[in-house]
Design a protein around this ligand. Structure first.
Ligand SMILES: [Zn+2]
Length: 158
């Protein structure tokens, strides 16, 4: 499907040097709608939703923020640090308001895997189902996200 002019304009905001130095697309050459649809399909296959994943990021960020810059261990599984705000970023989809550009690092101790994300990532997932383009420094692949955050069907109740 041909992408709309509106989506072209949104995607232009995601190029390097517009909102962030590296942009939000990485080396992904797909149309914005195609990136979003592919990630939505992945989220559906996991039996999850954008809102569920965003809520989990928000929850872990809030727990990490209590460390005031120091690493906090949460649920015996995650080491979380929240790096102080360095400026604010607008939403490329044109929402009003600015998102603190703090960097949250979540390490799953058991898996020895680490994720980094910003407040803008949480908003982009919750409101737009956008996980950034493949190769973008802050891309959050939904399958990796679910695994590291311990969300979804793979969890063993035993
Ligand atoms: Zn937005």
């Amino acid at each position: 499907m041909k992408q709309s002019r509106k989506d072209d304009l949104i995607q232009a905001q995601m190029r390097p040097g517009v909102i962030t130095r590296d942009g939000l697309l990485g080396d992904d050459t797909r149309a914005l709608r195609d990136i979003i649809e592919a990630d939505e399909a992945a989220v559906n296959r996991l039996g999850l939703s954008h809102v569920t994943l965003a809520a989990r990021l928000r929850e872990l960020r809030a727990a990490g923020a209590r460390g005031l810059g120091d690493t906090v261990t949460v649920e015996g599984t995650f080491e979380i640090s929240v790096d102080a705000t360095r400026g604010r970023l607008p939403c490329p989809f044109g929402h009003p308001g600015l998102y603190p550009n703090e960097v949250v690092t979540v390490r799953n101790i058991q898996l020895d895997e680490t994720l980094t994300f910003t407040r803008l990532n949480i908003h982009l997932i919750a409101s737009h189902g956008f996980y950034e383009g493949v190769g973008s420094p802050y891309r959050l692949d939904p399958t990796t996200l679910a695994r590291v955050l311990g969300c979804g069907v793979h969890q063993d109740p035993g």
